[in-house]
Design a protein around this ligand. Structure first.
Ligand code: PLP
Length: 393
């Protein structure tokens, strides 16, 4: 059982705002804030390089913490400044040839898909979106069928999309990928921190995550997981002197671990804060977090669905902490603003962020309310009451 009183006390903003924008940026717990500030002060006191050296052991620990979170090894982790940078480093590591096929899903994230289109144009990459089942998740039989035909270079799928509660069947996708020997890149940006991720079970070769969303870490932090056995099958798209060593005037050697995807410079305060955030989540327990987030989200959807003119738009047989809805006669942006005026944080998800899915389902802008374990049942009631007042006014 999660000690709600404790986690809320360690998140003082809980008393100031009703924060249902955890898919945007979750509230950081106090220890995450404190650790970052302490490091920034230390940099000011003794110098940036000196403060980093002083924290070297703790920085190593951040890799170990992230590895524990994913059931990976520290050598399989690269620290990145956000999930987009992590995903791009992974995606552009593949040497796509004209006619190579890329399989993705209908709920794919815009930034990922833009790069598929970019390589479709520049390299002749063939992009195929695997259809969803009637429930809304990526269809495993359809994926199997697509993999049975030759030329699939990569399966790249978003685990939890930005535009709703859908959880794609990543483990089954991983199983298909493995059985066909096809590399699998998983965008776990929205799932890390709210779903118990285990890279062995997921069967992915590469996985990208951000710090600020469900992990409750700092903005401008993220990481990439690269499976050890996969490391030498791709080459980072860009190198620096951390990624590789310049050994003779015309030769370089990549470093042996996933840090070959990193840049030498990073935001040490953010990295230390991310480490604390991961430890904080691990101390509570990912299975416990997942169960509570799921319970709260179900409660929220039930409350919203009971309101006149409100349509909940979450799909998928398995759903997470992200809830999206529309209300008859009120634009999502109006709802967001009126909620914001009452100290309620949400966001709007627009069709362009997940265009394939939004087009297929003819979705308008949707109000996105994303809950975390530190939210309370009382907040669900307050939120539903606030929406009710708008739709019945
Ligand atoms: C937010 C998001 C990203 C991008 O993460 P950044 O840290 O902002 O780069 C990628 N994929 C999905 C599904 C997201 O929701």
């Amino acid at each position: 059982m999660i000690d709600l009183t404790k986690v809320r006390a360690e998140t003082p903003a809980c008393e100031e705002v009703l924060h249902f924008n955890n898919a945007g940026a979750a509230l950081m717990p106090d220890p995450v804030v404190v650790r970052q500030l302490a490091h920034i002060h230390r940099e000011a006191e003794i110098g940036g390089y000196e403060a980093a050296r002083e924290a070297a052991e703790e920085i190593d620990g951040v890799y170990r913490s992230i590895a524990r979170l994913l059931n990976a090894a520290p050598e399989e982790i690269a620290l990145m400044e956000n999930a987009t940078a992590a995903w791009n480093a992974a995606f552009f590591a593949f040497d796509f040839q004209p006619g190579d096929r890329l399989l993705t899903g209908e709920a794919e994230y815009a930034s990922n898909y833009l790069n598929y289109l970019k390589l479709a144009r520049s390299k002749g990459l063939v992009v195929e979106a695997i259809p969803s089942t009637s429930e809304g998740e990526l269809s495993i039989p359809a994926l199997e069928a697509a993999c049975a035909k030759p030329g699939v270079k990569l399966i790249a799928v978003t685990h939890v999309p930005t535009n709703g509660g859908l959880v794609n069947p990543a483990e089954e996708i991983g199983r298909v990928a493995r059985s066909h020997g096809i590399p699998f890149l998983l965008d776990a940006c929205q799932s890390a921190g709210q779903i118990n991720l285990d890279v062995e079970k997921l069967g992915c070769d590469l996985l990208s995550v951000t710090g600020r969303k469900y992990l409750r870490g700092p903005r401008g932090s993220g990481f990439l997981y690269v499976r050890r056995g996969f490391l030498d099958q791709v080459e980072p798209p860009v190198l620096d002197l951390r990624a590789a060593k310049w050994v003779t005037p015309d030769r370089y050697e990549l470093r042996p671990d996933a840090k070959r995807f990193e840049n030498w410079e990073y935001n040490y305060a953010a990295v230390l804060g991310l480490g604390v955030a991961v430890d904080y989540a691990l101390a509570i327990g990912l299975p416990e977090i997942e169960a509570r987030v799921c319970t709260l989200a179900t409660g929220l959807r039930e409350r919203l669905a009971a309101l006149p003119g409100v349509t909940v738009q979450d799909i998928g047989s398995r759903r997470c902490g992200i809830c999206v809805f529309q209300a008859e006669g009120i634009e999502a942006s109006d709802i967001r603003e009126r909620l914001s005026a009452q100290g309620i944080n949400t966001s709007v998800t627009d069709p362009n962020s997940t265009l394939l899915d939004a087009t297929k389902r003819r979705l308008p802008d949707l109000l996105r309310a994303s809950v975390h374990y530190y939210n309370s049942e009382d907040e669900l009631d307050r939120f539903a009451a606030a929406v009710k007042e708008m739709v019945t006014a």
